[in-house]
Design a protein around this ligand. Structure first.
Ligand SMILES: CC(C)(COP(=O)(O)OP(=O)(O)OC[C@H]1O[C@@H](n2cnc3c(N)ncnc32)[C@H](O)[C@@H]1OP(=O)(O)O)[C@@H](O)C(=O)NCCC(=O)NCCS
Length: 194
């Protein structure tokens, strides 16, 4: 049975992943497609993808902290994932909570990542009472930094970094840009747009 939505927007529901064949298969596509994964140094085979998904399922909290299946309301089917998660490596800005997104290519350029991310910021700052949310992407991943800018995150170039988990064999994927948003700043902006 599909779990209920944790977060709902105009066109999307964000819900926990399940270990159903449909979810595992779509998650594998998101981890193995060369276009979707062009800014990542790895591709996951089905076994590795299933293992990662199981870890994500276990780590997702009932109040919606974790990588969530991002589904179209119109079809009920996943189009990608988005979520809030503890940064898994050590850097000058950690410990920190990151916001992130990954969509299947047929669902790009429709505003879904931005729509999900805006709802996640609200969820993170209001329901989860986070003080700050950060985001980062490979230097050349302009579609991802465009999402960051659209949702009001602020670049902090002094904290741009070489990702510690990306080996020297992938020099183009190592340099990451860093964005951040405080709860205070987000609340100020929410008041201003009302
Ligand atoms: C990063 C990623 C999610 C961005 O996807 P995206 O489609 O560019 O972003 P959105 O879903 O927010 O869509 C925004 C675009 O849809 C357009 N759009 C079309 N219809 C829209 C609508 N109804 N509402 C809002 N925007 C709409 C916007 O104008 C914008 O286009 P533009 O880039 O030409 O300005 C996607 O490129 C991806 O999954 N990449 C692979 C994984 C990855 O790199 N993840 C990030 C790792 S850090």
């Amino acid at each position: 049975m599909t779990p209920p939505a944790l977060i709902e927007t105009e066109r999307l529901i964000l819900r926990p992943w399940t270990s159903s064949e449909a979810d595992r298969s779509y998650f594998h596509y998101l981890n193995s497609d060369d276009t979707v994964m062009r800014f990542f140094p790895f591709r996951r085979d089905r076994r590795q993808s299933d293992e990662t998904l199981q870890k994500i399922i276990t780590a997702t909290t009932v109040d919606g902290f974790g990588w969530l299946a991002t589904c179209l309301k119109a079809t009920g089917k996943p189009v990608g994932f988005a979520g809030l998660s503890k940064v898994s490596f050590s850097a000058r800005f950690t410990p920190a909570t990151e916001i992130g997104w990954r969509l299947g290519q047929p669902h790009w350029r429709k505003g879904y990542a931005t729509e999900a991310a805006k709802a996640l910021l609200s969820h993170g700052f209001v329901k989860l009472e986070l003080g700050e949310i950060v985001s980062f992407a490979v230097h050349d991943n302009h579609p991802s930094t465009a999402v960051m800018k659209r949702i009001g995150m602020i670049a902090d170039p002094a904290l741009d970094f070489d990702h510690p988990d990306i080996g020297d064999a992938y020099p183009r994927l190592k340099r990451h840009v860093f964005y951040r948003l405080s709860r205070e700043r987000w609340l100020q902006r929410q008041r201003a747009v009302r």
